[in-house]
Design a protein around this ligand. Structure first.
Ligand code: IVH
Length: 689
């Protein structure tokens, strides 16, 4: 009994300490204005560590001992990447590797008898960074950020030994080198020991330690942390330094950069897999953590032709290592309601460490997955975690199942708004029908609206959105932009809230105000319309140009017979179902009101084609038909889009050019009927130079 009482008390104190430490972290990291001394702060941390040592089940993912400080919200200025820093697609099996290779041959139109060389290298588990050299001098360094804009970390990288500050010899005037900043395993262990001795937070893994160390406002702290960097790619360059990936690697070594090893030049799947298995075996003995290998097409002219699709290059992919697994108990199953009403079951787990990270939640995906695996509350389950992916339940350990356990019944009601949930034919998900009245959906929409690929508002994270929602400060996106004005006359202003102050409130308003100008594609994405991801939002923006045209078109497109509807479903990636979601969204009165109100607060910049406006196909509508002989259809289409043209599937009055290969059929006929200009393959190639 006594023991239990002690635990209750400990729990209470633990929760108090958590709030206190978080408050001081935010004062220190976000406001740069601590209001306790280091010694006092350290005392709090030691106390919570002591409690957790005695009662380890109080350790949760959100305990301050498990989180790494707070993200600095100011102090770093932003840097635009002239060449975007994108991510990589993944393959997980031999089959997917073969698909990747097949796509390369097909896109480039290379005969299988002729081999495409692939440079294979380790995939470092750190954080990417871009270094810009002008006339051989390091001028700035930036994090990846959202891929298009990162944070300026020049002062921090200057203290990393692996990074040359000056490059001698024959260097292009502009040279951007990209690579991964990481921390060696032994340095990571040492750092955590030191942190623990000081009562400071320990880092969950070397990657977090590297990120936390690099993104320090005070570069002196970075200097105390042992960081390295492996270079792996180029960004903007004024003059090529090689014509192969392999050559770039050698050039970078000659410039003084470090490169991860071993690497291999392979051509066939068999050799590539040999390399993969070899590295997987080496993995435990490497000095640093890797989470897979990366395959890159060696020839740079091929890389250029292959280009990018959405956020990843077609010419490279990552092959991840199998996920790490562990067995734990499911304490409960909760249903989360997403932005579009999808009900997602989440397993609440007895916390367990998997690959260095404490996991207490895992996704169960949907009803069918739960039934297929027969997952029940109270079961022992195997969970796995691969890289950054949300942990998953793999299977149930059946011999540990309790006799009285019952199958889980998936709810047919929304747990938040109580509306009926429906599961449409052919869909795996149950969806809440509450729409605009469902609070959970509204909150998720707000989170999406401020997210990184949407408005990207610093300091307005998921937790704050939820708190502001609970307190009635935010109900729709419009409220975000009215927050400052309303706060002036509020009896409970934001600065007076727990954990806030004058400075943090001012910073929040500033970061909101910084986002009052937004590009059309980001804006459309931010609206969170079902099925409209980043790439589709961009296509809509480039097709219609401005918001007014989109709104008008969606009204016209309510008529399935209209030209507006036909044009809409002719856009790549937009089929009848996505078109229904778009038309539905823009014709809903409540949404129209919100759009009207939000337009008063913002400047939405019409879409600007990223391509050179001088080229003759920018903004033109094209249709390819028949078999091309010099390049594949996929490449021709990708090239046209990269020049700012729109490629559609059928010929109409709006089509500017129809490009015909051999055996062109009905589309050629239609073009002639409508008087649309027809080009053969050579004329097309000549036109785009
Ligand atoms: S190449 C355009 N090579 O993995 C392609 N990336 O999951 C540029 N990474 O954002 C990436 N090791 O931060 C490349 N050898 C390697 C890498 C590597 C680690 C990271 C990089 C990238 C992420 C994608």
């Amino acid at each position: 009994m006594n023991n239990l009482f002690e635990k209750d008390e400990a729990e209470l104190r633990h929760s108090e300490l958590s709030s206190l430490i978080k408050y001081h972290d935010s004062k220190y990291y976000q406001e740069d204005a601590p209001d306790v001394s280091d010694v006092e702060y350290d005392k709090l941390r030691l106390e919570i560590l002591e409690i957790e040592k005695k009662f380890p089940d109080l350790i949760t993912n959100t305990s301050p001992t498990q989180t790494v400080g707070a993200k600095p919200s100011k102090g770093f200025s932003k840097v635009k990447h002239n060449v975007p820093m994108l991510s990589l697609g993944n393959v997980f099996s031999e089959e997917e590797l073969n698909d990747f290779l097949d796509r390369l041959y097909k896109f480039l139109g290379v005969d299988k008898g002729k081999l495409i060389e692939i440079a294979a290298e380790p995939k470092i588990d750190g954080l990417s960074c871009s270094l810009r050299y002008e006339k051989g001098e390091l001028v700035y360094a930036a994090t990846r950020g959202d891929g298009y804009e990162g944070e300026d970390i020049t002062a921090n990288v200057r203290v990393i030994d692996d990074i040359p500050k000056k490059i001698k010899g024959d260097v292009p005037d502009v040279l951007e080198v990209r690579g991964e900043v990481y921390m060696r395993r032994d340095d990571f262990i040492k750092l955590n020991q030191q942190q623990e001795e000081k009562g400071k937070p320990v880092f969950a893994n070397p990657r977090n330690a590297a990120a936390g160390s690099l993104r320090q406002l005070d570069a002196k702290i970075t200097a105390e942390r042992p960081l390295g960097m492996f270079a792996y790619a180029l960004g903007e360059v004024s003059k090529p330094i090689s014509d192969t990936q392999w050559g770039i690697r050698e050039k970078l070594i000659s410039y003084g950069f470090s490169e991860a090893s071993p690497v291999a030049l392979c051509s066939v799947a068999e050799d590539i897999l040999k390399y993969y298995n070899h590295i997987n075996k080496l993995r435990p003995d490497l000095d640093y953590e890797i989470d897979g290998v990366v395959y890159k097409v060696n020839r740079l002219d091929y890389q250029e032709r292959l280009g990018f699709v959405s956020r990843a290059p077609r010419w490279a992919t990552a092959h991840k290592f199998p996920a790490e697994q562990a067995v734990t108990i499911i304490n409960d199953i909760n249903i989360q309601v997403g932005r579009t009403g999808v009900l997602t079951p989440v397993a609440r787990l007895e916390p367990i460490t998997v690959g260095g990270v404490v996991v207490s939640n895992a996704t169960l995906h949907n009803e069918d997955e739960i039934n297929r695996k027969d997952v029940r509350i109270g079961d022992h389950v195997t969970i796995q975690r691969a890289g950054d992916v949300i942990p998953q339940v793999v299977n149930v350990v059946l011999d540990k199942r309790k006799a009285k356990s019952k199958p889980y019944k998936f709810p047919h009601q929304c747990p938040v708004c109580d509306s009926n949930a429906i599961r449409e034919e052919g869909e795996v998900a149950w969806r809440c029908t509450g729409g605009l009245i469902c609070e959970a959906q509204a909150v998720e929409r707000l989170k999406h609206f401020v997210g990184r690929l949407a408005f990207d508002i610093d300091g307005l994270g998921a937790k704050i959105i939820q708190q502001f929602w609970d307190d009635g400060l935010l109900k729709t996106p419009v409220d975000i932009f009215k927050l400052e004005e309303r706060d002036k006359t509020s009896l409970t202003p934001i600065r007076a809230r727990e954990g806030w102050g004058d400075l943090s409130a001012k910073n929040l308003f500033e970061s909101i105000n910084n986002k009052r100008v937004i590009t059309l594609n980001r804006f459309i994405y931010a609206l969170g319309i079902r099925q409209i991801g980043e790439a589709t939002a961009k296509r809509l923006a480039s097709t219609y140009g401005d918001l007014e045209t989109i709104k008008q078109t969606m009204v016209l497109a309510t008529d399935y017979e209209s030209q507006a509807y036909t044009d809409l479903i002719n856009i790549d990636d937009i089929g009848p179902s996505t078109a229904d979601d778009l038309v539905g969204f823009f014709n809903e009165v409540h949404n129209q009101d919100i759009l009207k109100a939000i337009e008063q607060e913002l400047e939405i910049k019409p879409y600007e084609s990223p391509a050179d406006q001088d080229n003759p196909v920018a903004g033109k509508v094209l249709v390819f038909t028949g078999t091309l002989s010099k390049i594949t259809r996929a490449e021709a289409k990708a090239k046209a889009e990269s020049l700012g043209a729109k490629v559609t599937g059928s010929v109409s009055k709006k089509t500017d050019y129809v490009i015909v290969g051999e055996d062109a059929g009905s589309k050629l006929k239609k073009a002639k009927e409508l008087g649309v200009e027809v080009l053969n393959e050579d004329e097309w190639l000549a036109l785009i130079g």
